[in-house]
Ligand binder design. Structure first.
Ligand code: TXA
Ligand code: MG
Length: 320
């Protein structure tokens, strides 16, 4: 039987038996397991080849359900009510029911309410929340379709629920409220401006580091196999003229390079559309075995910032 499908009952049964299921979300696909079962959660780390010091996000059906697993402060609650369900994750003090395996020993748990109909239905059928990182082998680009999950994880995942292509295409915004300050750990579709408008507080940006346990984010991530360079595209084309180049551009077609080697994320200059297609394009270029990828800085606004963040982490100079 096919590993990809829309059978919610099958997904439920597998999850109840501590197996792994790929789930669609509006951001990217997740690799899900029963968050209350260490036996199930450990399988996530094994399947992704992910170090156990890198904690997992817990997915719940609605804001109300969060109270069972974590403690709210007033600012976090305000943010939750404004942006959940949605591409938004909160770090909150965990209740004892959440194990140290899920949080990698941290007293805080990352929680999110996905906004994707198939996964909402699944969560409604389950009596437990789902621990789920992005459903890619550790370090590689996140999946935005069920097929991507299968390509990356093969028989390491029992079943993948198909919910079509992820609408947002980039991972959730992650924040933490500490001493009445909002700290941004990862930028996604919920912007700094949106959070500042709702709370009236300034958002402090936590710079990425090589210590995921402290920052929740590694500097090098989301990386293509093909080395990626960013800068002025015309200049880079000249600099690497002896190479077989692929271009990821926002909206412009460049002269002096075959059309088929250029991946324009949104000819109309729509950042939402660009974000939705970024990871798919990165995967596609890897399959065609180009020597290098050249890209540019996207506009420093809204989803452009999240796109720039992901490209920054994928840069050849950030890969060790
Ligand atoms: O959009 C998303 O957030 C997707 C979908 C599947 O929900 N999930 C996702 O998970 O991107 P993952 O594991 O690929 O990225 C989550 C990030 C990791 O960098 C992890 O270190 C951080 O969140 N994180 C998770 N729990 C944390 C915690 N308790 N404290 C600090 N950082 C945490
Ligand atoms: Mg990930």
């Amino acid at each position: 039987m096919s590993q990809i499908g829309e059978n919610l009952l099958k997904a439920t049964t597998l999850l109840e038996s501590d197996e792994l299921v790929g789930i669609p979300t509006e951001t990217v696909y997740g690799l899900a397991a029963n968050a209350l079962s260490d036996k199930a959660v450990i399988k996530i780390f094994e399947a992704k080849n992910r170090p156990t010091f890198n904690p997992l996000i817990v997915h719940v059906v609605d804001v109300n359900a969060i109270h069972k697993y974590a403690e709210f402060d007033p600012i976090s609650l305000q943010l939750a009510e404004a942006f959940m369900p949605g591409p938004f994750t909160l770090l909150l003090p965990k209740k004892p029911i959440i194990s140290d395996l899920v949080t990698a020993g941290s007293p805080k748990v990352a929680i999110r309410v996905p906004n994707q109909i198939t996964t909402t239905k699944l969560l409604m059928l389950l009596t437990f929340p789902l621990a789920a990182p992005s459903a890619n082998p550790s370090g590689y680009v996140s999946p935005t379709t069920a097929q991507h999950v299968l390509e990356g994880l093969k028989d390491k995942v029992s079943y993948i629920l198909d919910g079509g292509q992820s609408e947002v295409g980039l991972e959730s915004t992650i924040v933490e409220v500490k001493n009445n300050q909002i700290i941004l750990h990862r930028i996604g579709a919920i912007s700094v401006e949106q959070m500042e408008k709702i709370t009236g507080l300034k958002v402090v940006v936590n710079e990425p580091s090589d210590h995921p346990a402290s920052a929740g984010q590694m500097k090098s991530h989301y990386a293509t196999k093909t080395p990626l360079y960013r800068g002025d595209i015309d200049q880079l084309i000249q600099q690497y003229e002896d190479k077989n180049i692929a271009i990821i551009s926002f909206k412009k077609l460049y002269e002096g390079l075959k059309k088929g080697h250029q991946y324009i994320l949104s000819p109309n200059g729509d950042l939402k559309e660009a974000a939705k297609h970024l990871f798919e394009v990165m995967r596609c270029i890897d399959e065609f075995h180009f020597d290098i990828i050249i890209t540019e800085l996207f506009p420093d606004e809204g989803l452009g910032r999240a796109i720039n963040d992901r490209l920054e982490r994928a840069l050849a100079i950030n890969k060790s």
